[in-house]
Design a protein around this ligand. Structure first.
Ligand code: CP
Length: 323
């Protein structure tokens, strides 16, 4: 494994399987009365969040605490960032406090790369979502969830070769889509991105996936349908000129009961959250048995434990889980 995790492309096939298999082992902890390992005792993990988060921030905190690391939670709101402090000075402050790992979410694409390669921080940097760029631990927890649901009771050592994953919606603003495409390609899946032409980024032809504007044409052959949130906060007006209206978007690209009925019986429905219920996904679909949305959140803790463990412990053996 690299020292940092910045992109879904940072992981080789062997690295990705190592993270997923380690997460499987660590997931056993969730069934224990005491959900803690002493593995990262004495290590400090800083959660550096310049942008809002519910799932990622809480699950990184839970993951670090379950590995007995000391956790410092930094939120830009209420910090000296509001007085104009720079990313560099914030990073130097964290370094002075002895951070072994910095988990960073930032509104600027590339901020985690800057932290990792600036020399300001000696520890590992984990990208927890940068602008519209990447969110690699989301891709890992998504792959973990797909593997568990599609590869049966013994997912250890398996990848997603030949699985068809359809990712639908606001690809233009989605760091989840890019990281998923990169990681799923490494794991052997065939990814199709479905979106209106206005919500596909320039340069998409170079991504290792295919694209389509026709959701209905993709459903019957999908093992996974992953719905993306329409990121209205990144659009200047409602729809931002990207689509005529929320209703029109929903009609063309929303996942409702009628569309779910076309999916193969084994197919699953995913969403990274937070959701716009009733827009990209109908509430009854989000709450259905095919939906893995709550499972994805649960799996996020095990996957982030695995990432922190592998980056910080320098070991790939978790003897404490099975002892
Ligand atoms: N999926 C995800 O990144 O959610 P949060 O923004 O709540 O962390």
């Amino acid at each position: 494994m690299n020292r940092h995790l910045l992109s879904g492309a940072d992981l080789s096939h062997a690295d990705a399987l190592l993270v997923l298999d380690t997460a499987e082992e660590l997931a056993q902890l969730a069934d224990r009365p005491i959900k803690k390992l002493p593995t990262l005792r004495g290590r400090t993990v800083v959660n550096l969040f310049f942008e809002d988060s519910t799932r990622t921030r809480i699950s990184f905190e839970a993951a670090a605490k379950r590995l007995s690391a000391d956790v410092i939670n930094f939120s830009a709101k209420g910090s000296s960032v509001s007085k104009g402090e720079s990313l560099k000075d914030t990073a130097l402050t964290l370094e002075a406090m002895g951070a072994d790992a910095v988990v960073v979410r930032h509104h600027a694409s590339g901020a985690p790369h800057r932290l990792a390669h600036s020399g300001w921080i000696r520890g590992s940097v984990v990208n927890a979502g940068d602008g519209t760029h990447e969110h690699p631990t989301q891709a890992l927890l998504d792959a973990f969830t797909m593997r568990r649901r599609l590869n049966g009771d013994r997912p250890l050592g398996t990848d997603l070769t030949g699985r068809r994953v359809t990712i639908v919606g606001d690809v233009l603003h989605s760091r989840v889509a890019r990281s998923n495409v990169l990681l799923l390609h490494t794991l052997g899946a065939e990814v199709t991105l479905v979106a209106p032409p206005t919500l596909l980024p320039v340069g998409i032809d170079a991504w290792p996936c295919t694209t389509s504007y026709d959701l209905d044409g993709e459903l019957a052959k999908s093992d996974v349908v992953m719905m993306l949130r329409v990121q209205r906060e990144r659009m200047t007006t409602e729809g931002g000129g990207f689509f005529p209206s929320a209703r029109e978007y929903s009609r063309r690209y929303g996942l409702d009961r009628r569309r779910v009925a076309v999916l193969p019986d084994h197919a699953i429905v995913m969403h990274p959250g937070p959701m716009n219920r009733g827009m990209e996904i109908a509430a009854e679909v989000a709450d259905s048995a095919r939906s893995t949305i709550v499972e994805q959140v649960t799996n996020g803790v095990s996957v982030r434990m695995a990432v922190l463990y592998l980056l910080l412990s320098g070991s790939t053996e978790i003897t404490e889980v099975t002892a």
